[in-house]
Design a protein around this ligand. Structure first.
Ligand SMILES: [Zn+2]
Ligand SMILES: [Zn+2]
Ligand SMILES: [Zn+2]
Length: 149
């Protein structure tokens, strides 16, 4: 049984996420690297995996409850949640989202980051949050790209 596709909204709105797949909005609102509520009193209970089938962040102890689910590893880079570009590319079109290289892997940020300095006037800025970008990118993070629709 296929769910009926949502009717496209004629103009974009940040409040109406009906064009964004539900797993993607769940991924972008989940708080990773917090303690798992189910495994609150266990060690290594940080939620660092996202289950695409259950649309929730899970900890290593939860994995046993998600056999053969599609899982996405969440990593940390400069204190923010990132995913490997290689993983992200399988799930969505990451063109124009700025990537960074860490531990010889390319990563992309899930969400925009608070800015410590006002952006430089010159150069390219994220179309959604005005963060300075390198090269030919248009967005600093996946959420900025999603929110630009
Ligand atoms: Zn699952
Ligand atoms: Zn858990
Ligand atoms: Zn941005």
């Amino acid at each position: 049984m296929n769910p009926t596709p949502p009717i496209p909204i004629p103009f974009p709105s940040l409040l109406d996420n009906s064009q964004v797949p539900s797993w993607l909005s769940a991924l972008l609102t989940e708080k990773f690297y917090n303690a798992c509520i189910i495994h609150e009193y266990m060690k290594k209970n940080e939620k660092n995996v996202f289950c695409l089938d259950c649309r929730e962040g899970i900890c290593p102890h939860c994995l046993i409850n998600h056999p053969s689910h599609r899982l996405l590893k969440i990593r940390r880079y400069v204190y923010h949640d990132v995913i490997r570009l290689r993983d992200a590319d399988k799930l969505m079109d990451c063109a124009q989202v700025q990537s960074y290289t860490t531990n010889s892997a390319k990563v992309v940020f899930l969400n925009q980051r608070p800015q410590s300095r006002p952006p430089k006037v010159s150069g390219r800025l994220c179309l959604t949050c005005d963060r300075n970008l390198h090269e030919s990118s248009l967005f600093c993070s996946i959420s900025c790209k999603v929110n630009s629709f």
